[in-house]
Ligand binder design. Structure first.
Ligand code: SF4
Length: 223
């Protein structure tokens, strides 16, 4: 069976962050990613990829595409940004992969851009698990929430934001307007993420950035 065609990842991550414990958060003004700013940004532009305005623009609301709409968008896509762990890369915090045969089948006729935002930022494998605190990914970009190691409480917000920027850069470089990412991850989650140990509705840090820039994000649980 032929699998997805995978782009070489080397060029996507020049200048990856060192993964230190820096606690400088990206000012929200830099990316315009306050919750209100997120919506305003999308309403004003056709997005950095030059594609159509997001469904949020067209509907004048914050509604995300339905599951059916997300799946249709994936089916129509030629190039897809994908969480590397879903493809079999052992890049999870616990050193394992999350290979999904369903994901591989869904990507069989696509060009695939594998990304692991956390590893791209310079964080190691394995690494301590990280939780969102104070909100979800959108709140992190707005400066209202942080990403911290679950046990030691070390702030990893800056590294997670850097990984998100590198994932966005990869998507833009290869013209991907769709991303298929791992659900529940503090970086890649798109419907549900853990916040302060509780699973709640919301998106991870990478997903929040991709959506703000007009990229449709769906998860392995959507297909
Ligand atoms: S969910 Fe995202 S950040 Fe976590 S291991 Fe997979 S690709 Fe990396």
């Amino acid at each position: 069976m032929s699998g997805p065609k995978t782009f070489d990842q080397e060029p996507e991550f020049p200048g990856a962050a060192s993964g230190d414990d820096g606690d400088v958060q990206q000012p929200e003004a830099d990316l315009g990613l306050t919750r209100d700013g997120l919506i305003a940004d999308e309403r004003q532009s056709t997005g950095p990829l030059g594609g159509p305005a997001s469904p949020r623009d067209e509907q004048g609301s914050t509604a995300l595409p339905s599951q059916a709409e997300r799946v249709t968008t994936l089916q129509d896509a030629r190039v897809v940004l994908v969480s590397a762990c879903l493809l079999g890369e052992a890049c999870r915090y616990d050193g394992r992969s999350q290979r999904s045969e369903r994901v591989l089948a869904a990507l069989a006729d696509k060009d695939v851009i594998p990304v692991c935002p956390e590893v791209a930022s310079g964080l190691p494998v394995p690494r301590p698990p990280v939780d969102l605190r104070g909100g979800t990914g959108v709140d992190v970009w707005a400066g209202r929430a942080v990403a911290v190691e679950r046990t030691e409480g070390i702030d990893r917000t800056e590294a997670f934001q850097q990984g998100a920027r590198l994932a966005l850069e990869a998507a833009q470089r290869f013209g991907a307007t769709v991303a298929l990412l791992k659900e529940k991850s503090p970086s890649c989650g798109s419907q549900r993420v853990y916040e302060s140990g509780q699973l709640r509705t919301g998106e991870g840090i990478t997903t929040a950035l991709l959506r703000a820039k007009g990229i449709t994000v769906l998860s392995d649980e959507d297909i």
